[in-house]
Write a protein that binds this ligand. Structure first.
Ligand SMILES: Nc1ncnc2c1ncn2[C@@H]1O[C@H](COP(=O)(O)OP(=O)(O)OP(=O)(O)O)[C@@H](O)[C@H]1O
Ligand SMILES: [Mg+2]
Length: 249
């Protein structure tokens, strides 16, 4: 069976510091998979290895069964791997629709003059409109990103990643700094995704993790402690000791 994403024995060291130690992980097609672990466990490093920001010291990364370890970041995106854009990669003086148009262009490799064309290209305008409608963001289409709340901007980041039409979506702490109502909006958006999109989410908000994920992997000191259902992870004494214990005293 081929998985949406498979990581085999991945390794990464910064100088003498081993941050990723023989990590193996599979994300099933259509998965709602969460990666949790204490600060410094190596979660973001793993996303950077998967997306090609960092080069591993060893191991393999397969997307849909094919090795992607030698591909550039852009080539991985073209193969269907997307991560949330960092907030400062949104264009604040452009509207949400224009930002989505740029993300779509980046994916299609089409002409960057697309922005002149939104109003003149009904097919593109319709695609943007549909995308935002599906994500419950239709009412933000014509608003400038700089006029949105922090929470709305973070949700627009997710919308941009989805405009790339990924098979696998990687989210690194999408709820960080969000007000409770924005977390609900994010959760609704994520729960509404079709199962053609497999999701791997890193999150410290345990309420969000346990409400969203069907599978949870716990990473501690660069190693996988266990992968299991939310129930298995909740009950696991090692998780309580090593991770939840640290957080909750
Ligand atoms: N570029 C780098 N150079 C050296 N050390 C790094 C680098 N990036 C990360 N590290 C170290 O690697 C370890 C793992 O960091 P990482 O950011 O992956 O953790 P994390 O699990 O995402 O933590 P958090 O929950 O706080 O976001 C940390 O000890 C960090 O200091
Ligand atoms: Mg991190």
């Amino acid at each position: 069976m081929s998985f949406a994403l498979e990581i085999r024995n991945l390794k990464k060291a910064f100088g003498g510091l081993e941050v990723t130690r023989d990590v193996s992980l599979t994300v099933a097609a259509g998965a709602r998979h969460a990666l949790i672990g204490p600060n410094g466990a190596g979660k973001s490093t793993l996303v950077n290895l998967i997306t090609g920001v960092l080069k591993p010291s060893g191991g393999e990364i397969l997307l849909g069964g094919s090795g992607i370890g030698n591909l550039s970041q852009a080539e991985r995106v073209k193969r269907g791997l997307a991560r949330t854009f960092q907030i400062n990669s949104l264009f604040p003086t452009m509207t949400v629709a224009e930002n989505v148009a740029l993300a779509m262009v980046a994916h299609d490799g089409a002409d960057a003059r697309v922005l002149d064309n939104i109003s003149r290209d009904p097919a593109l305008a319709a695609r943007i409109g549909e995308h935002l409608l599906r994500l419950n963001l239709a009412d933000t289409a014509d608003r400038l990103v700089s006029n949105l709340s922090y929470g709305q901007q973070r949700i627009v980041e997710v919308a941009l990643a989805l405009a790339l039409r990924p098979n696998v979506l990687l989210l690194d702490e999408p709820a960080a700094g969000l007000a409770a109502k924005d977390v609900e909006m994010l959760l609704d958006l994520l729960k509404g995704l079709p199962d053609t999109v497999s999701v791997l989410i890193i999150e410290h908000d345990m309420d969000l993790v346990f409400r969203f994920a069907q599978t949870i992997t716990v990473l501690v000191d660069g190693r996988v402690l266990l992968t299991g259902t939310p129930e298995e992870v909740r009950k696991d004494q090692r998780v309580r000791d090593v991770y939840l214990g640290r957080r909750h005293g």
